[in-house]
Design a protein around this ligand. Structure first.
Ligand code: NAP
Length: 291
């Protein structure tokens, strides 16, 4: 079993970005600027946004965080997005999801200028991605593709089974793996909560992408010998031995599945760091394409 170490792969991407930013600075060019918008004070969202801001600092990007209270009316958020869309210094706009219940997330995402949609959630970005055109690809599926590329995992002609069909992970990664690209060119099966007999489908998989959000859902009897297993899931499981009272658990029963795999991601330290590296890469791309 080999580990798909997302921390190492993400560091390699960040090291390259650092060099690229230094190059921009030496040429007197604009450096990338990512703006994050955070509404309310959900603990997980705070953690994710803090990690993204820290990653910007690490590679030399400019970053700005705008905070809104959880009861702020939707029009205040729209005004801010409109302002950011028209600010030439801003390369990427990220609205941390989920948003409070009174805000229509789809309307907010649709309001972001597709040229600054570094999260890759805008319908224009998704449409381009589906057609195999250059676009911003959502950070988590892009991160998975970068991880596969970093470790030179052969995907051509392989059967990939994606468990989960959300717009932010399952569906886009199923399309990317199926595209005529390298990595890509997989035959892809997508499973969801209404799929019958997921076990027998997973047993046919050369590559399993687990993006469900159910701790230890993928068990050893669902995985064939030599499979590549990529675990996207993050569930907070109560754990009194931890200072914070919980630990992060993936969708895969790592301990029992790992011995059967050729490659597997840990949780944490797998897809999570790659998601942030992919967001940085999108922001760099946005900056250099515009300037
Ligand atoms: P989501 O929107 O809740 O989607 C979950 C998907 O799993 C749905 O398509 C659902 O099917 C399917 N599903 C649920 N129960 C199932 C079951 N028993 N059998 C088969 N399929 C089932 O979640 P998400 O946003 O995609 O996130 C998935 C997980 O990844 C979460 O743990 C999340 O925290 C994590 N995540 C991690 C990162 C990272 O950077 N590491 C980024 C994003 C998300 P239906 O469509 O039929 O409901």
């Amino acid at each position: 079993m080999n580990l798909l170490d997302g921390k190492k792969a993400a560091q390699a991407i960040k090291d390259e970005l650092k060099i690229d930013v230094a190059q921009l600075v030496s040429e007197g060019k604009k450096i990338p600027h990512l703006v994050a918008v955070l509404m309310g004070n959900d603990g997980a969202s705070e953690t994710y946004v803090a990690a993204k801001v820290k990653a910007c600092d690490e590679v030399g990007f400019k970053s700005t965080l705008f905070r809104f209270t959880k009861n702020e009316p939707a029009n205040r958020l729209f005004e801010k997005i409109h302002e950011l869309n028209h600010d030439p210094d801003v390369d990427g706009i990220l609205v941390q999801l989920p948003l409070p219940g009174h805000i229509d997330e789809k309307q907010i995402i649709d309001a972001i200028d597709p040229d600054k949609d570094v999260d890759g959630f805008h319908p224009v970005s998704v449409g381009k991605m589906v057609q195999g055109l250059p676009s911003f690809v959502a950070a988590t599926p892009l991160g998975i593709m970068l991880l596969i590329k970093h470790y030179n995992i052969e995907t051509k002609g392989k059967h990939a089974v994606v468990v989960g069909r959300s717009n932010i992970v399952g569906r886009p990664i199923s399309i990317l793996l199926n595209n005529n690209t390298n990595p890509g060119n997989c035959t892809v099966t997508v499973c969801h909560s209404k799929t019958t007999d997921i076990q027998s489908i997973c047993l046919q998989a050369d590559i399993i992408i687990a993006a469900i959000g159910k701790a230890k859902f993928i068990t050893a009897d669902m995985v064939k010998e030599g499979a590549v297993v990529i675990d996207v899931g993050i569930t907070r499981v109560p754990d009194d031995s931890k200072k914070r009272g919980y630990r992060l658990q993936g969708d895969v029963d790592f301990e029992n599945v790992a011995p059967k795999c050729s490659w597997i991601t840990p949780v944490p330290g797998g897809v999570g760091p790659m998601t942030i590296a992919a967001l940085l890469q999108n922001t760099f791309q946005s900056c250099t394409e515009k300037n």
